[in-house]
Design a protein around this ligand. Structure first.
Ligand code: PFF
Length: 455
C-alpha cells in the first residue's frame, strides 16, 4: 500500500462519491430519451439485464483492482502486468485519454445546464411557451461563443476547485452534501410530475413494453449505455477504489452504487415523461428533449419557473459529481506518474480540459463546418469515447481481472471486508464467472456493433 495515499473518511462517503460519478447527464438527459426511442419498458428490461450481468460485475472488478493496488490506473497496470507490460501501461494511458476527451465535451453540456439555471432565474424559460420557441432560444444560446465558453469555463473551474481540495475534503465532502440534495429535488420533481393531470399517459409510455421495436441493436444500445451510466471502462472507479481501506466491502458497495444509479435513472424518466405527456408535448424528441421540449413544458405548467430552476440544478449537480470523478482519475494518474503536486496538476489539467472543450463548445456555431464523416467535433468526441473507448476499456478490465490475475488473488481481495461464508463464496464465484466469460463476450459484441461490423 502506498503510505501517503489519501483514503475516504468512511464507506458511505465512498458510496456517495461513486454513485455521484455514476449518476450524471447519462441518467437524466440520455436514459429517458433512449428509452423513449427504443420501446419504453421493453428497453428498460433489457437494460436492467445488461446492468446485472455485465455492468455490475465489471464495476466490481474495477473497484477491486484499485483497492488491491492502491494506485491509479497506469501504476496499477505497471504493478500487476507480468507479460506485455508496455501494452498494459498503454491501456492505462488510454484510460487517461478517454477521460480527457469525455470531460472536454461533458463540461460543455454541463455548462449549458448551469446557464439554464440563470435562464430559469431571470424568468426567460417561463416565457418560452412553444417547443419551437424553446428550440430557437436554445439554438441562439449555443451558437453564441461568449455564452457557451463562459459557462463551460465556470463549470470546469468548479470541478477543479473541488478536486483541488483532495479526496476527503473535496470530493467526499461535496458528495455528502450534494447527493442527498440531489435525491430530494428528484423525488420532489417525480411527485410533482405524477400529480399533474394527464401524467398517466407518461407512466404508460414508460411502463408498457413494446417488444416490436426490439432487435439486436437495442440490446447493444442498452449494453453500451450500461457502461456509460455506471462510469465503467476508463479507470475512474478503479481510482476511487484505490482510496478504499482493506476492510471495506467492495461487493456490497458495488451493488449499492449500481442500485442507486439505476433507481435514479428510472426516477428521472418518471419525472420527465409524466410532465412531457401531461403538457401534451412530443416524447420522441431525442437528444433535444431536455433543452428543447422541457423548457416549453415548464412554461406551460403552474409554477413552471420553479420546476425549471430545480430541474436544471438537478442536472448541474449530477454533471458536477461525475465531472470530479473523471478529473480525479486524471489528477491521480499524474500524481502517481510525475513529481508535481495535486494543486499544480489540478490547475494545469483544468486548463487543458477547457482548451480541449473549445472545439466541442463551438461545434454548434462558429466551427460547425469542421466535420469528419458528417460528425462535428462534439459528436466525434462523444462517439469515439462513449461507443469505442469505453466498451474497449471495460473489455480490457474484464480480461485483466478474469485472465491475467490469479483467481486466488482476485477472490482473496473480493472476500476481504466481505466475508467468506458459503452464500458469499457462491456469489463470489458467480461474479468471477461473469467477469471472466460473460462480460468479455457481450462487450466484444457491443464493440463490433459500435465500429459498425455488426448491424
Ligand atoms: N456516468 C456518467 C453519466 O451517466 O453521466 C458519465 C461518466 C462519468 C462516464 C465518469 C464515464 C466516467 F468515467
Amino acid at each position: 500500500m502506498q503510505e501517503n495515499r489519501e483514503h475516504w473518511g468512511n464507506k458511505l462517503g465512498f458510496i456517495l462519491a461513486a454513485a455521484g460519478s455514476a449518476v450524471g447527464l447519462g441518467n437524466i438527459w440520455k436514459f429517458p430519451y433512449i428509452t423513449g426511442q427504443n420501446g419504453g419498458a421493453a428497453f428498460i428490461i433489457i437494460y436492467l439485464i445488461c446492468i446485472l450481468v455485465v455492468g455490475l460485475p465489471v464495476l466490481i472488478a474495477e473497484i477491486l483492482l484499485g483497492r488491491h493496488s492502491q494506485r491509479s490506473p497506469v501504476s496499477t497496470f505497471r504493478l500487476y502486468a507480468q507479460k506485455h507490460k508496455t501494452l498494459w501501461i498503454a491501456v492505462g494511458w488510454m484510460f487517461f485519454a478517454t477521460g480527457l476527451i469525455i470531460l472536454a465535451y461533458y463540461n460543455v453540456v454541463a455548462g449549458w445546464s448551469l446557464g439554464y439555471i440563470l435562464e430559469s432565474l431571470t424568468g426567460k424559460i417561463a416565457s418560452l411557451t412553444s417547443a419551437s420557441d424553446a428550440a430557437e432560444h436554445f439554438r441562439g444560446l449555443i451558437t453564441t461563443p461568449a455564452w457557451i465558453l463562459f459557462w463551460q469555463f465556470v463549470f470546469v473551474s468548479a470541478g477543479g476547485l473541488i478536486v483541488y481540495f483532495g479526496v476527503k475534503n473535496g470530493i467526499e465532502r461535496i458528495a455528502r452534501l450534494l447527493m442527498p440534495l440531489f435525491f430530494i429535488i428528484l423525488l420532489f420533481l417525480v411527485v410533482w410530475g405524477i400529480s399533474l393531470e394527464g401524467s398517466d399517459k407518461g407512466l404508460r409510455f414508460l411502463l408498457k413494453p413494446d417488444w416490436s421495436t426490439v432487435n439486436f441493436k437495442t440490446v447493444l444500445i442498452a449494453l453500451g449505455h450500461a457502461f456509460f451510466t455506471l462510469s465503467v471502462g476508463m479507470g475512474v472507479l478503479l481510482t476511487y477504489g484505490s482510496y478504499l481501506n482493506k476492510h471495506d466491502n467492495i461487493f456490497f458497495s458495488g451493488v449499492m452504487i449500481t442500485l442507486l444509479d439505476t433507481v435514479i435513472a428510472l426516477l428521472a424518466g418518471l419525472a420527465i415523461f409524466t410532465s412531457v405527456f401531461a403538457m401534451g408535448f412530443d416524447p420522441a424528441e431525442g437528444p433535444g428533449l431536455v433543452f428543447h421540449v422541457l423548457p416549453a413544458v415548464f412554461s406551460s405548467m403552474p409554477q413552471g419557473g420553479l420546476f425549471s430552476l430545480l430541474f436544471f440544478s438537478l442536472l448541474s449537480i449530477a454533471a458536477l459529481t461525475s465531472t470530479i470523478s473523471i478529473l480525479e482519475m486524471l489528477v491521480s494518474t499524474l500524481m502517481d506518474e510525475t513529481k508535481f503536486s495535486r494543486h499544480h496538476i489540478v490547475i494545469g489539467i483544468s486548463l487543458v480540459i477547457f482548451l480541449l472543450g473549445v472545439p466541442a463548445a463551438l461545434s454548434f456555431g462558429e466551427w460547425s463546418h469542421i466535420t469528419v464523416l458528417k460528425l462535428n467535433m462534439f459528436d466525434i468526441m462523444d462517439y469515439v469515447s462513449a461507443n469505442i473507448l469505453l466498451p474497449l476499456g471495460g473489455l480490457l478490465v474484464a480480461l485483466f481481472v478474469g485472465w491475467y490475475m490469479t483467481k486466488k488473488g482476485v477472490l482473496n481481495e473480493l472476500f476481504q471486508g466481505y466475508g467468506t461464508d458459503l452464500s458469499k463464496q457462491r456469489a463470489g464465484s458467480i461474479w468471477y464467472f461473469l467477469v471472466k466469460f460473460v462480460a468479455p463476450v457481450l462487450i466484444f459484441l457491443v464493440f463490433l456493433s459500435a465500429i459498425g461490423v455488426l448491424r
